[in-house]
Ligand binder design. Structure first.
Ligand SMILES: *Cc1c(COP(=O)(O)O)cnc(C)c1O
Length: 227
């Protein structure tokens, strides 16, 4: 059995390999360790191995972990799951980033509930394959939501996040990642605060990096399978 520290190291190495293969500058991709369903002790192991970026999917579970680990104050916490309006306050008060903003109402509430002068970093989630069952705004609606987020003083627009349709073959998946990259590049020209394109998970992080991802969200490859 490999330890979390060992798996973390392998994940970072394979990221850097993909990064080099894509001829991108060293360290141009961040690794978000997705710790959903995993115990606080697993997060501590990754922390002790030097990791600082963690992602959680469920509000209640995430906030409990953040509060349990308050002493590790240099952890950067990302909320990456579906967000209902009755849970925005807990997210606004506890997380550093929200990657799953997909509605004006949610953006507005996060802004109103955030401590002033401590801006919450926001990614807009894009439903890039226009799947009926999937969260996110359609590509053509990204600009409207970006405009709104930009106008809200307690939010900082940092970029885009996507979860592509997992049923695609490798070529289709690459096409999807490249569509996200194009959308991101276009948006970046209009919003100077944008620097993050969050795409790629355990099974497709190399491809995502080749296509231009700046942050991969990796759970299983670091913490093992979720039961
Ligand atoms: C669970 C999850 C991940 C991590 O998935 P793995 O396949 O375990 O790497 C990434 N992003 C989101 C939004 C998730 O919900």
């Amino acid at each position: 059995m490999e330890t979390i520290a060992e798996r973390l190291k392998s994940a970072l190495e394979s990221l850097e390999q993909a990064n080099q293969k894509a001829n991108r500058a060293p360290n141009s991709v961040q690794l978000l360790a997705v710790s959903k369903t995993k115990p606080v002790s697993d997060i501590v192991q990754a922390y002790e191995a030097g990791h600082r970026l963690f992602g959680e999917n469920y509000v209640q579970e995430g906030v409990e972990k953040i509060q349990a680990l308050q002493e590790l104050s240099d952890i950067q916490w990302h909320f990456i799951g579906p967000l209902q309006s009755n849970k925005t306050k807990m997210v606004a008060e506890n997380f550093d980033w929200v990657q799953s903003v997909e509605r004006a109402k949610i953006a507005q509430r996060l802004n109103d509930q955030r401590t002033p002068h401590k801006r919450l970093n926001v990614l807009i989630q894009v439903n890039i394959n226009a799947e009926e069952s999937k969260a996110g705004v359609l590509p053509e609606d990204v600009d409207d939501l970006a405009n709104l987020v930009k106008s809200l003083p307690n939010l900082k627009l940092r970029g885009l996040m996507a979860i592509p349709n997992a049923a695609q073959n490798e070529e289709q998946l690459m096409q999807t990642f490249l569509q996200m990259k194009a959308l991101y590049t276009q948006l970046r020209q209009n919003y100077s605060s944008i620097d993050t394109l969050s795409m790629g998970m355990s099974n497709d992080m190399q491809q995502a990096v080749l296509a231009g991802s700046t942050m991969v969200r990796v759970g299983t490859a670091i913490f093992g399978a979720r039961t």
